[in-house]
Ligand binder design. Structure first.
Ligand code: ADP
Ligand code: MG
Length: 325
């Protein structure tokens, strides 16, 4: 693998713009073409599992395809492992392995042949190939000689991961690896990705599953309409959700829902259960309970709920492109 520039991030994306050419025959005001990326900048730190999160149409695949060399950018610059993709495409490509969103294989090749062909493509001499090892790593050793067309969807995904790792790149990029796959396979893929990361591979994955990004990634950039609206360690992003909820059961039926100017929303089931939503920068759970008790409510049970990434995501995407720094 090529040596990295000292202290450079694994990937640096600076003011990246992509405007697709208008469709043939398009006329009038729409003839400028679709602006898929409107000046995107972020760094992927070496060693991270980095999540690029955004709804369908946000621009994720466009960005990944620029990294892969499949789409030409309109403006901006991209360094992969310290190599500028314009000036040093060859080294940039050798530093990255990409698992595309769409599964495409020649159905008549076996998994072993798929990996050998890819090794040939990179000019890796037979003695240095590691097809068997890679098949083991993605749990496909027993499918070594099966036709690709006989593999399940999950097996094909895993084979694509192995294919992306043939040239032992320091960076692995997966575009929506778990879109439309079942829970078991998702687990398997997460494990595989974590394993590679523990071995030192920097991982970038795109997803529109919040839960996936929250569980797997140490840093997340959120992209919406071709713009980055957040780029933070996962923990900080989750912290950005200000609201917390305290659910309380009172010892006796209440005559009315409690009210206080410091509370956000209060939900009351008409009997003994209350849920108070509050701004955690303003109040603590203890203070909420104190207020309820001062109103004569005898509390017999309490649970609290933290906001999760979904709350943050909804806040950010609802607030528009200028919401976060
Ligand atoms: P995502 O992967 O986040 O779902 P994409 O990068 O695929 O988003 O798409 C971003 C935007 O660019 C969408 O509006 C999409 O319709 C448009 N787009 C994607 N590919 C092309 C293309 N080849 N030609 C024109 N527009 C495209
Ligand atoms: Mg996509």
């Amino acid at each position: 693998m090529p040596a990295p520039s000292p202290s450079a991030p694994a990937i640096r994306i600076d003011n990246l713009v992509k405007r697709y050419a208008p469709a043939k025959g398009a006329r009038g005001s729409m003839s400028e073409g679709k602006l898929a990326l409107g000046g995107v900048s972020f760094d992927v730190p070496e060693g991270a599992i980095f999540g690029l999160l955004g709804p369908n149409g946000a621009g994720k695949s466009t960005l990944i395809n620029i990294l892969a060399g499949l789409v030409n950018k309109t403006a901006g610059s991209v360094d992969i492992w310290g190599f500028d993709i314009d000036r040093d495409r060859r080294n940039a490509s050798r530093s990255i392995g990409i698992v595309p969103q769409e599964i495409v294989f020649d159905p008549f090749f076996t998994p072993f042949e798929v990996l050998e062909n890819q090794a040939g493509f990179y000019g890796i001499p037979a003695a240095l190939r590691r097809s068997e090892k890679l098949l083991e790593a993605v749990r496909l050793a027993d499918k070594r000689d099966a036709y690709a067309r006989t593999l399940s969807g999950g097996m094909k995904r895993r084979l694509l991961v192995a294919k992306a790792m043939v040239h032992a790149p320091p960076i692995l990029v997966l575009d929506e690896p778990t879109a439309g796959v079942d829970v078991d396979l998702r687990r398997q893929l997460w494990e595989l990705v974590s394993e590679l990361n523990r071995e030192g591979v920097t991982v970038v994955l795109t997803t529109h599953y919040l839960e996936e990004a929250e569980e797997l990634c140490d840093r997340i950039a959120i992209i919406n309409h071709g713009r980055v609206i957040a780029d933070k360690p996962t923990r900080e992003l989750v912290e950005m959700a200000r609201e917390k909820i305290v659910a309380v059961t009172s010892a006796a039926d209440l005559a009315a829902a409690p009210a206080h100017e410091a509370f956000g929303k209060v939900e009351w089931d008409g009997a003994r259960a209350i849920e108070v939503t509050y701004d955690k920068d303003r109040l603590s759970a203890g203070q909420v309970l104190g207020i309820l008790q001062s109103q004569g409510i005898a509390i017999v049970d309490v649970t609290t709920r933290e906001a999760d990434l979904e709350d943050v995501f909804v806040q950010l995407t609802a607030a528009g492109p200028d919401a976060a720094g």
